[in-house]
Design a protein around this ligand. Structure first.
Ligand code: MG
Ligand code: MG
Length: 260
Protein backbone atom coordinates (compact mmCIF):
# COMPACT_ATOMS: atom_id res chain seq x y z
CA UNK A 1 0.00 0.00 0.00
CA UNK A 2 1.33 3.43 -0.94
CA UNK A 3 1.09 5.91 1.97
CA UNK A 4 0.78 9.53 0.80
CA UNK A 5 2.04 12.25 3.14
CA UNK A 6 0.48 15.56 4.22
CA UNK A 7 2.38 18.86 3.87
CA UNK A 8 3.13 18.75 7.62
CA UNK A 9 4.51 15.23 7.34
CA UNK A 10 6.63 16.20 4.35
CA UNK A 11 8.16 19.06 6.38
CA UNK A 12 9.05 16.55 9.13
CA UNK A 13 10.57 14.28 6.50
CA UNK A 14 12.64 17.20 5.22
CA UNK A 15 14.13 17.54 8.71
CA UNK A 16 15.04 13.84 8.76
CA UNK A 17 16.54 14.05 5.27
CA UNK A 18 18.57 17.15 6.18
CA UNK A 19 20.13 15.44 9.20
CA UNK A 20 21.44 12.85 6.75
CA UNK A 21 22.58 15.56 4.31
CA UNK A 22 24.56 17.26 7.09
CA UNK A 23 26.02 13.93 8.19
CA UNK A 24 27.25 13.29 4.64
CA UNK A 25 28.68 16.85 4.58
CA UNK A 26 30.59 16.18 7.81
CA UNK A 27 31.89 12.87 6.41
CA UNK A 28 32.98 14.54 3.15
CA UNK A 29 35.76 16.29 5.11
CA UNK A 30 36.92 13.02 6.69
CA UNK A 31 37.04 10.81 3.59
CA UNK A 32 40.68 10.55 2.53
CA UNK A 33 43.31 7.84 2.10
CA UNK A 34 44.01 6.13 5.44
CA UNK A 35 40.62 6.58 7.10
CA UNK A 36 38.63 3.43 7.84
CA UNK A 37 34.95 3.04 7.11
CA UNK A 38 34.46 1.92 10.72
CA UNK A 39 35.80 5.31 11.85
CA UNK A 40 33.38 7.04 9.46
CA UNK A 41 30.56 4.96 10.92
CA UNK A 42 31.45 6.04 14.47
CA UNK A 43 31.63 9.71 13.45
CA UNK A 44 28.26 9.46 11.70
CA UNK A 45 26.59 7.83 14.70
CA UNK A 46 27.90 10.51 17.09
CA UNK A 47 26.86 13.28 14.73
CA UNK A 48 23.33 11.92 14.32
CA UNK A 49 22.86 11.41 18.07
CA UNK A 50 24.22 14.93 18.73
CA UNK A 51 21.45 16.24 16.47
CA UNK A 52 18.73 14.65 18.59
CA UNK A 53 18.16 11.98 15.97
CA UNK A 54 18.45 8.19 15.82
CA UNK A 55 20.54 6.31 13.25
CA UNK A 56 18.00 4.95 10.80
CA UNK A 57 19.69 1.74 9.67
CA UNK A 58 20.95 0.40 13.01
CA UNK A 59 18.65 -2.40 14.13
CA UNK A 60 16.78 -2.62 10.80
CA UNK A 61 16.84 -6.27 9.76
CA UNK A 62 19.43 -6.71 12.60
CA UNK A 63 21.90 -4.37 10.87
CA UNK A 64 24.65 -3.26 13.29
CA UNK A 65 25.89 -0.01 11.78
CA UNK A 66 24.84 3.59 11.11
CA UNK A 67 26.21 3.59 7.55
CA UNK A 68 26.46 1.28 4.61
CA UNK A 69 29.94 1.87 3.19
CA UNK A 70 30.39 0.28 -0.24
CA UNK A 71 33.92 0.49 -1.64
CA UNK A 72 34.80 0.09 -5.36
CA UNK A 73 33.12 -3.10 -6.69
CA UNK A 74 30.75 -3.11 -3.72
CA UNK A 75 27.42 -1.77 -4.97
CA UNK A 76 25.43 -1.24 -1.76
CA UNK A 77 25.07 -2.67 1.77
CA UNK A 78 28.85 -2.77 2.33
CA UNK A 79 29.72 -3.20 6.01
CA UNK A 80 32.07 -0.72 7.71
CA UNK A 81 35.49 -2.30 8.36
CA UNK A 82 38.90 -1.43 9.83
CA UNK A 83 40.54 -1.52 6.38
CA UNK A 84 41.84 1.95 5.46
CA UNK A 85 40.54 3.58 2.29
CA UNK A 86 43.20 4.00 -0.40
CA UNK A 87 43.98 6.69 -2.95
CA UNK A 88 41.89 6.00 -6.05
CA UNK A 89 39.08 4.16 -4.25
CA UNK A 90 35.47 5.24 -4.41
CA UNK A 91 33.08 4.73 -1.50
CA UNK A 92 29.31 4.98 -1.45
CA UNK A 93 28.14 6.24 1.91
CA UNK A 94 24.47 5.47 2.50
CA UNK A 95 23.00 6.84 5.71
CA UNK A 96 19.62 6.77 7.44
CA UNK A 97 18.19 8.90 10.23
CA UNK A 98 14.96 8.63 12.20
CA UNK A 99 13.48 11.83 13.60
CA UNK A 100 9.90 12.62 14.66
CA UNK A 101 8.93 9.13 13.53
CA UNK A 102 10.09 9.61 9.92
CA UNK A 103 13.11 8.29 8.07
CA UNK A 104 15.67 10.05 5.94
CA UNK A 105 17.68 7.76 3.61
CA UNK A 106 20.26 9.37 1.37
CA UNK A 107 23.60 8.48 -0.22
CA UNK A 108 26.61 9.90 -2.06
CA UNK A 109 29.57 8.17 -3.69
CA UNK A 110 32.87 9.83 -2.83
CA UNK A 111 36.22 9.71 -4.61
CA UNK A 112 39.12 8.98 -2.24
CA UNK A 113 41.96 11.25 -3.33
CA UNK A 114 42.47 11.14 -7.08
CA UNK A 115 40.54 8.53 -9.02
CA UNK A 116 40.80 7.36 -12.63
CA UNK A 117 38.98 9.56 -15.20
CA UNK A 118 36.64 6.73 -16.29
CA UNK A 119 35.56 6.29 -12.68
CA UNK A 120 34.98 10.02 -12.17
CA UNK A 121 32.83 9.93 -15.31
CA UNK A 122 30.78 7.07 -13.84
CA UNK A 123 30.18 9.13 -10.67
CA UNK A 124 29.17 12.18 -12.69
CA UNK A 125 26.80 10.28 -14.98
CA UNK A 126 25.22 8.35 -12.10
CA UNK A 127 24.54 11.58 -10.22
CA UNK A 128 23.12 13.17 -13.39
CA UNK A 129 20.83 10.17 -13.81
CA UNK A 130 19.46 10.68 -10.30
CA UNK A 131 18.35 14.20 -11.25
CA UNK A 132 16.94 12.99 -14.56
CA UNK A 133 14.85 10.50 -12.61
CA UNK A 134 13.75 13.18 -10.15
CA UNK A 135 12.59 15.45 -13.02
CA UNK A 136 10.04 12.79 -13.89
CA UNK A 137 8.55 12.73 -10.40
CA UNK A 138 5.41 14.67 -11.25
CA UNK A 139 1.80 14.02 -10.34
CA UNK A 140 0.14 12.02 -13.13
CA UNK A 141 3.33 10.39 -14.39
CA UNK A 142 4.27 6.84 -13.43
CA UNK A 143 7.14 5.11 -11.66
CA UNK A 144 8.28 3.75 -15.03
CA UNK A 145 8.95 7.31 -16.22
CA UNK A 146 11.53 7.70 -13.44
CA UNK A 147 12.97 4.25 -14.15
CA UNK A 148 13.24 4.87 -17.89
CA UNK A 149 14.96 8.25 -17.44
CA UNK A 150 17.67 6.72 -15.24
CA UNK A 151 18.22 3.70 -17.49
CA UNK A 152 18.27 5.79 -20.66
CA UNK A 153 20.94 8.16 -19.34
CA UNK A 154 23.22 5.49 -17.87
CA UNK A 155 22.76 2.36 -19.98
CA UNK A 156 21.62 3.63 -23.35
CA UNK A 157 23.75 6.80 -23.52
CA UNK A 158 26.84 5.67 -21.60
CA UNK A 159 26.81 1.86 -21.81
CA UNK A 160 26.91 1.30 -18.05
CA UNK A 161 25.24 -1.59 -16.21
CA UNK A 162 22.01 -0.80 -14.32
CA UNK A 163 21.61 -3.03 -11.27
CA UNK A 164 18.31 -4.93 -11.48
CA UNK A 165 18.13 -6.69 -8.12
CA UNK A 166 18.07 -3.57 -5.93
CA UNK A 167 15.71 -0.64 -6.33
CA UNK A 168 14.57 2.67 -4.84
CA UNK A 169 11.48 2.78 -2.68
CA UNK A 170 8.78 4.70 -0.88
CA UNK A 171 9.88 6.36 2.36
CA UNK A 172 8.07 7.50 5.50
CA UNK A 173 7.41 6.01 8.91
CA UNK A 174 9.06 2.89 7.48
CA UNK A 175 12.49 2.88 5.83
CA UNK A 176 11.14 0.86 2.93
CA UNK A 177 7.58 1.54 1.82
CA UNK A 178 5.72 0.90 -1.42
CA UNK A 179 6.19 1.43 -4.29
CA UNK A 180 9.47 -0.05 -5.51
CA UNK A 181 11.37 2.30 -7.84
CA UNK A 182 13.53 0.30 -10.27
CA UNK A 183 16.34 2.07 -12.10
CA UNK A 184 15.27 0.39 -15.34
CA UNK A 185 11.89 0.21 -17.01
CA UNK A 186 9.40 1.52 -19.53
CA UNK A 187 7.79 4.93 -19.77
CA UNK A 188 4.14 5.10 -18.78
CA UNK A 189 4.24 1.86 -16.80
CA UNK A 190 3.99 1.12 -13.10
CA UNK A 191 2.18 2.85 -10.24
CA UNK A 192 0.88 6.38 -10.80
CA UNK A 193 2.71 9.23 -9.05
CA UNK A 194 0.45 11.32 -6.79
CA UNK A 195 0.59 14.44 -4.65
CA UNK A 196 2.18 13.62 -1.27
CA UNK A 197 4.17 10.63 -2.51
CA UNK A 198 7.70 10.47 -1.04
CA UNK A 199 10.32 8.31 -2.74
CA UNK A 200 13.95 7.44 -2.13
CA UNK A 201 15.33 7.41 -5.68
CA UNK A 202 18.70 5.68 -5.85
CA UNK A 203 20.44 4.70 -9.09
CA UNK A 204 23.05 1.94 -8.59
CA UNK A 205 25.16 1.97 -11.73
CA UNK A 206 28.07 -0.30 -12.66
CA UNK A 207 31.02 0.50 -14.91
CA UNK A 208 30.76 -3.01 -16.41
CA UNK A 209 28.11 -5.70 -16.22
CA UNK A 210 24.80 -5.03 -14.48
CA UNK A 211 25.10 -8.42 -12.78
CA UNK A 212 25.70 -8.53 -9.05
CA UNK A 213 26.05 -11.10 -6.28
CA UNK A 214 25.86 -11.08 -2.50
CA UNK A 215 28.93 -11.87 -0.38
CA UNK A 216 28.78 -14.60 2.28
CA UNK A 217 28.46 -11.90 4.98
CA UNK A 218 24.78 -11.82 3.99
CA UNK A 219 24.85 -8.08 3.25
CA UNK A 220 27.44 -6.79 0.81
CA UNK A 221 26.38 -6.65 -2.84
CA UNK A 222 29.27 -6.66 -5.34
CA UNK A 223 29.50 -6.57 -9.12
CA UNK A 224 30.06 -9.96 -10.73
CA UNK A 225 32.94 -8.65 -12.86
CA UNK A 226 34.60 -6.80 -9.91
CA UNK A 227 34.46 -3.47 -11.78
CA UNK A 228 33.38 -0.44 -9.74
CA UNK A 229 29.84 0.70 -9.00
CA UNK A 230 28.36 4.11 -8.10
CA UNK A 231 25.29 4.98 -6.02
CA UNK A 232 23.54 8.30 -5.31
CA UNK A 233 20.25 8.70 -3.45
CA UNK A 234 17.84 11.55 -2.73
CA UNK A 235 14.54 11.72 -0.83
CA UNK A 236 11.93 13.41 -3.00
CA UNK A 237 8.29 14.43 -2.37
CA UNK A 238 5.60 15.50 -4.83
CA UNK A 239 4.40 18.95 -3.73
CA UNK A 240 2.07 21.00 -5.95
CA UNK A 241 2.42 18.25 -8.51
CA UNK A 242 6.19 18.72 -8.81
CA UNK A 243 9.33 17.14 -7.33
CA UNK A 244 10.55 18.69 -4.07
CA UNK A 245 13.97 17.29 -3.12
CA UNK A 246 13.98 16.95 0.67
CA UNK A 247 17.66 16.00 0.97
CA UNK A 248 20.54 18.04 -0.48
CA UNK A 249 24.10 17.50 -1.67
CA UNK A 250 24.95 21.14 -0.81
CA UNK A 251 26.77 20.23 2.42
CA UNK A 252 28.82 17.56 0.63
CA UNK A 253 29.67 19.77 -2.32
CA UNK A 254 30.70 22.66 -0.06
CA UNK A 255 33.20 20.31 1.59
CA UNK A 256 34.66 18.72 -1.56
CA UNK A 257 37.69 20.16 -3.30
CA UNK A 258 36.60 18.72 -6.62
CA UNK A 259 32.89 18.36 -7.37
CA UNK A 260 32.07 15.86 -10.08
MG1 MG B 1 19.94 4.52 1.26
MG1 MG C 1 17.15 3.71 0.07
Amino acid sequence: MVILKSREEIELMRQSALVVSKTLGMLAREIKPGVTTLKLDQLAEEFILDHGTEPGFKGQYDYKYTLCTSVNEQVVHGLPTDKPLEEGDIVSIDCGALKNGFYGDHAYTFAVGEVAPEILELLKVTKESLYKGIEQMQAGKRVGDISFAIQYHTEKKHGYGVVRELVGHGLGRELHESPEVPNYGKRGRGPKLKEGLVLAIEPMINLGTHKVKQLPDGWTIVTQDARVSAHFEHDVAIVDGKPDILSTFDYVEEALEVVY
